[in-house]
Ligand binder design. Structure first.
Ligand code: NDP
Length: 308
């Protein structure tokens, strides 16, 4: 295996983040493949893994990390591990215990990045809970001060919600992890985040190129002629072109794969870059349609997405 490493960049708190991460959300079958997938990824050069309490795979990911460290592929310090606080621990004093539970499952004593998974607080049974995400953010600051998370950030927050945090926080969010792909290009939110020095992690980077449960016929697909033309020019696949597009837009893509060849392919994108015109042409696929939209949250005052 030829290992390829993603470059790192500086977050607003001075910590370094590798600009591509392995995504890990998936089915029960995916969970059973995750220990091996994480090991393959580290072997291929990945240093950043993205997980969450919600994904129910922190144990398997921790095992993959332990295997790689034990085999001498990497040290803990060379890895960057991101996990997320789920909606049912939004009270300030629930944040540190929830993080400690994640750490126990991962077999780690700190994570590199801890994110509030969404602005919406829920009880264990899924009903809404009336907790302001500003309180949750104080708990995140507590976690950083204790060194349990080196960096802290948010996910699925809109610009108004980030602005509210910025007005009252002691520590700024370092990252906002949001959906970005050719059919949801997020020009406004990305430029807002850039203007306040918050890095964007792009989730569901392949958008509707991958068959998703509902909509199946949105362009681009993996065999899109426009993307194929760009791919041929650089001797890459259309998947690699889309990941490079997200890098060239200044974001940190999180492609998920549990397949060894695709894991290797998805990080092999640091020997070319797209032109301004190619980026602009991919932006034209934008349809403002989301892979991830939680319909039951639409009437919540903190629903973060456009309702249109
Ligand atoms: P992705 O856009 O990463 O797509 C994953 C799918 O693409 C899988 O079916 C995978 O199959 C397939 N795939 C991977 N690489 C290739 C390739 N090179 N060519 C063709 N197919 C490929 O979707 P996700 O929704 O999983 O998003 C990525 C990650 O982002 C998640 O895993 C999670 O870590 C994070 N995320 C965060 C959210 C949040 O709320 N913060 C929400 C959603 C995702 P296979 O495994 O067989 O290769």
């Amino acid at each position: 295996t030829r290992a390829v490493q993603a470059p790192v960049k500086l977050l607003n708190d001075g910590n370094k983040i590798p600009i591509l991460a392995l995504g890990t959300y998936g089915s029960r079958e995916d969970i059973s493949r995750m220990r091996q997938a994480v090991y393959w990824a580290i072997e291929a050069g990945y240093r950043h893994i993205d997980t969450a309490e919600l994904y129910n795979n922190e144990v398997e990911i921790g095992q993959g990390i332990a295997d790689a460290i034990q085999k001498g592929l990497v040290t803990r310090e060379e890895l960057f591990i991101t996990t997320k606080l789920w909606n049912n621990h939004h009270a300030r004093d629930q944040v540190i215990p929830a993080l400690q539970d994640s750490l126990k499952r991962l077999g780690l004593n700190y994570v590199d990045l801890y994110l509030i998974h969404s602005p919406i607080a829920q009880k264990a049974d899924g009903t809404f809970e009336n907790i302001d995400y500003l309180d949750t953010w104080r708990g995140m600051e507590d976690a950083k001060k204790l060194g349990l998370a080196k960096s802290i950030g948010v996910s699925n927050f809109n610009s108004e919600q980030i602005g509210r945090i910025l007005k009252s926080c002691e520590i700024k969010p370092a990252v906002n992890q949001i959906e970005v792909n050719p059919t949801l290009t997020q020009e406004q939110l990305i430029s807002y985040c850039r203007s306040v020095d918050i890095d964007v992690m792009s989730y569901s980077p392949f958008g509707f190129m991958v068959s998703r449960r509902k909509e199946n016929k949105l362009s681009p697909r993996f065999d899109d002629p426009e993307l194929m033309k760009i791919a041929e020019k650089y001797g890459k696949t259309t998947s690699q072109v889309v990941l490079r597009y997200l890098i060239d837009r200044g974001t940190i893509p999180i492609p998920k794969s549990t397949n060894k060849e695709r894991i290797i392919q998805n990080i092999d994108i640091f020997d070319f870059s797209l032109t301004e015109d190619e980026i602009a042409n991919i932006n034209k696929f934008n349809k403002n349609i989301r892979v991830v939209d939680i319909v039951e949250w639409r009437d919540h005052p903190y629903y973060p997405f456009n309702k249109a």
